[in-house]
Design a protein around this ligand. Structure first.
Ligand SMILES: NC(=O)c1ccc[n+]([C@@H]2O[C@H](COP(=O)([O-])OP(=O)(O)OC[C@H]3O[C@@H](n4cnc5c(N)ncnc54)[C@H](O)[C@@H]3O)[C@@H](O)[C@H]2O)c1
Length: 244
C-alpha cells in the first residue's frame, strides 16, 4: 500500500532537481505523475526514466494557456488531478542597484503568476471532486529576505500569501493548500553559487550541511497524502534549522 495509490499528481518544473525528486517520491508511493517543464526534452526523458506511470509535458508556467493545457492533459490522460505541486522556479540574483526591472518581473512572473495559474487550474478540477492537495514550493528566502534576491525573496513571500488566501477559499471544498520553504538544497540552482557564498550559507545551518532534494520531496509527499489531512494554509520549513 502506497501513500498515494491511485492518485494523479501534476508537478511543474519537474524535469530536474527538487521537482523531479518529488515526482520520484510520489511514484514510489503509487501515484501517476505529469511532469510539466519549459524544457520538454528533459521532462520527457525524466518521465521515461521514472517508469510507466509518468508523462513529460511542455509547460511554461507564466502562460495561462500552457498551465491550463497541462492540467487538462492530466485529466484527459489519467482522469483527474489529485495533487498539484507548483515548483517551477528560477533565480536572477543581483543587488537591487544592478537588478533590471525585467529580471524583477521575470522572477515574480515564474513563481507568483505561475503558482497562481497552477492553483487556479488545479483548484477548478479539485473543487468539483471535493478533494485535492496543492503544494507550493516557496523558499526560506521569502521568510528572511536575502541580499541579492529582492526579486526572489519578494516572489517567495508572495507565494505564502497565495497559499493562505487560496487555502481559505478552497478549504470548505475539501481542497488543502500548503507551502514548503526549503533552505539550502543541493541542486543545479545552488550549484551555480560561488564557493564563498555557499560556505557562508552553510555556516548558518545548525545541522551543518545542505539538504538533499529527496528531503524536500518527503515533506511534499506528506503534504500531498492523507497524513496531513487536517493541515491547510501552513508553511513548513525544510532548512536543517536555519533561520528557525
Ligand atoms: N535549491 C534550493 O536550494 C532551493 C531552496 C529553496 C527553494 N527552492 C525552490 O525549489 C524549486 C525547484 O528548484 P530547484 O533547486 O530544483 O531548481 P532547478 O533549477 O534544478 O529546477 C527548476 C526547474 O524549473 C524549470 N523551469 C524554470 N522556469 C520555468 C517555467 N517558466 N515554466 C516551467 N518550468 C520552468 C526548469 O527548466 C527546471 O527544470 C524552485 O521553485 C526553487 O525556487 C530551491
Amino acid at each position: 500500500m502506497g501513500l498515494l495509490d491511485g492518485k494523479v499528481a501534476v508537478i511543474t518544473g519537474a524535469a530536474q532537481g527538487i521537482g523531479l525528486e518529488i515526482a520520484r517520491a510520489y511514484v514510489a508511493q503509487g501515484a501517476t505523475v505529469v511532469l510539466g517543464d519549459v524544457n520538454v526534452e528533459a521532462a520527457e526523458k525524466s518521465a521515461a526514466d521514472l517508469g510507466g506511470r509518468a508523462l513529460g509535458v511542455r509547460c511554461d508556467v507564466t502562460s495561462e494557456d500552457e498551465v491550463n493545457a497541462l492540467v487538462t492533459r492530466a485529466v484527459d490522460e489519467y482522469g483527474t488531478v489529485d495533487v498539484m505541486v507548483n515548483n517551477a522556479g528560477i533565480t536572477r540574483d543581483s543587488t537591487m542597484r544592478k537588478m533590471t526591472l525585467e529580471d524583477f518581473r521575470l522572477v515574480l512572473d515564474v513563481h507568483v503568476t505561475g503558482s497562481w495559474l497552477g492553483t487556479k487550474a488545479a483548484g477548478a478540477v479539485m473543487r468539483e471532486r471535493k478533494s485535492g492537495s496543492i503544494v507550493n514550493i516557496s523558499s526560506i528566502s521569502g521568510k528572511v529576505g536575502n541580499i541579492g534576491q529582492t526579486n526572489y525573496s519578494s516572489a517567495k513571500a508572495a507565494m505564502v500569501g497565495l497559499t493562505k488566501a487560496s487555502a481559505k477559499e478552497l478549504a470548505y471544498l475539501g481542497v488543502r493548500v500548503n507551502a514548503i520553504q526549503p533552505g539550502l538544497i543541493r541542486t543545479a540552482m545552488t550549484e551555480a553559487m560561488r564557493q564563498d557564498v555557499w560556505d557562508s550559507k552553510l555556516a548558518e545551518i545548525p545541522m551543518a550541511r545542505a539538504g538533499e532534494p529527496a528531503e524536500v520531496a518527503n515533506v511534499a509527499l506528506f503534504l500531498a497524502s492523507d497524513l496531513s489531512s487536517y493541515m491547510t494554509g501552513t508553511v513548513l520549513e525544510v532548512t536543517g534549522g536555519r533561520y528557525m
